[in-house]
Design a protein around this ligand. Structure first.
Ligand code: MRU
Length: 401
């Protein structure tokens, strides 16, 4: 197996194809069934990859990109080794990869990581196909090995993001005369379940925890899909990180009444000017953080930074189906403790909660303007968004280039 091996928190399970003809295999943890059921779904090709991403069985910007890329790796290996041979030349592999990546690009529009990965992988294949003595096998294998590298690199990058972010928060808290430990607030799920492992914003919280610097983490419920209450809370409980769940509507009250050292969120796309698309509700957290003088930190791999998108106004915001707002999924509450004990298979059920007939607007993401963002933490360090300097009441945090 490749990738982190923590039992239940492994969103992506991948094993490499053997040197012989044995195929690689890809499985994803069905996050629609968390936190009550741990069920892995097999992803055998790009059609499966598109489906698990589109349906949000796997979600989170880095995980989306990795699963899409690996779904093509598995399919490519299968086609390459089938008989009769399907790929007569290296260029036929290149055409196949282009076609499949274009299809995968249509799964979800907002997170840039999938688009960045697709463009990078296309370049790898073009270079391999035009190399001297290129064959269909050498070209396909160049793609497969570049896709596999993404899995390991993502975990390494997240560990670096965790270290840089935790250090910046601790230094800022110390400069503000705060205690040795901090309380932080996060939104959505940016942890092991949203990445190849460890996480971005949640990786910073993990780093604070393992270094003894975390007093308490708060996580928002993150309606409508409840990534916070279902997924982040699950990760926090699993790792015994001291944490409390709040409804999205409680964030301002939290900042007003408890000492919050930082709000830490992930990103789906950071535009060239620092405007950041992230899970719906991020923008209102940034406004509340600014009002309360709390540093607002975006944590993301550098692959989430999209220099081809000038500002947040150019980011396509995915709008999802109304059912995600009017219905909720969860485990049926048993009638009694005895009934709970008798229940061996806690199935996830969906119930309707809104008034039937009501209109619904369901944007999955919003854009936080760069002037509300204190800093962006990547694997390379901590940086200010380009347009945020001189933004008046910017909360201070120690910046490193
Ligand atoms: O709709 P989702 O669950 O894919 O949205 C996830 C987020 O917005 C995350 O904050 C972002 O992708 C970063 S995950 C490390």
């Amino acid at each position: 197996m490749t990738g982190p091996q923590s039992s239940t928190l492994q969103a992506i399970k991948y094993s490499r194809a053997g040197l012989s003809l044995s195929a690689g295999s890809l499985q994803v943890l069905d996050q629609l069934r968390l936190p009550f059921e741990t069920v892995y779904e097999n992803v055998a090709n790009c059609k499966d990859g598109h489906h698990v991403v589109r349906s949000m069985k796997v979600r989170g910007a880095p995980a989306i990109a990795i699963v899409a890329a690996l779904s093509l790796a598995v399919e490519l290996h299968f086609v390459l080794t089938s008989t009769p041979a399907v790929f007569p030349t290296a260029l036929s592999v290149q055409d196949f990869v282009d076609h499949k990546l274009n299809y995968l690009r249509t799964s979800r529009p907002t997170a840039v990581n999938l688009f960045e990965a697709a463009a990078r992988l296309e370049k790898v294949v073009v270079a391999a196909a035009s190399a001297m003595n290129a064959t269909s096998a050498s070209t396909a294998n160049a793609y497969i090995s570049a896709a596999e590298t993404m899995l390991e690199k993502d975990v390494e990058d997240n560990r670096s993001i965790g270290r840089h972010g935790a250090q910046a928060i601790i230094e800022a808290a110390a400069a503000a005369g705060a205690d040795n430990t901090v309380q932080v607030l996060t939104h959505c799920n940016t942890g092991s379940l949203a990445t190849a492992g460890w996480g971005t914003a949640l990786g910073i919280i993990r780093e604070l925890h393992v270094t003894g610097k975390l007093e308490h983490a708060y996580c928002t419920e993150t309606r409508p899909y409840n990534q916070g209450s279902r997924l982040t809370a699950y990760e926090l409980v699993h790792e015994q990180i001291p944490a409390t769940l709040i409804c999205d509507s409680m964030a301002s009250a939290l900042m007003n009444t408890r000492k919050i050292a930082a709000v830490i969120v992930g990103a789906d796309r950071v535009a060239a000017n620092g405007d950041t698309a992230n899970k719906i509700g991020t923008y209102q957290l940034a406004i509340a953080a600014r009002y309360h003088g709390v540093p607002f930190i975006v944590a993301a791999p550098s692959t989430s930074i999209d220099l081809n998108t000038a500002t947040g106004a150019d980011i396509v915001i995915e709008e999802r189906a109304a059912v995600e707002v009017v219905r909720v999924s969860g485990r049926k509450v048993p009638a009694s403790d005895e009934a709970a004990e008798a229940t061996s298979a806690p199935a996830t059920e969906t119930v309707h909660v809104a008034a039937p007939g009501i209109n619904v607007w369901n944007p999955a993401f919003d854009v936080t303007p760069s002037h509300l963002i204190t800093c962006v933490v990547t694997e390379h360090g901590v940086a200010l968004p380009s347009t945020s300097s001189g933004a008046g009441s910017q909360p201070s945090i120690d910046m490193k280039a």
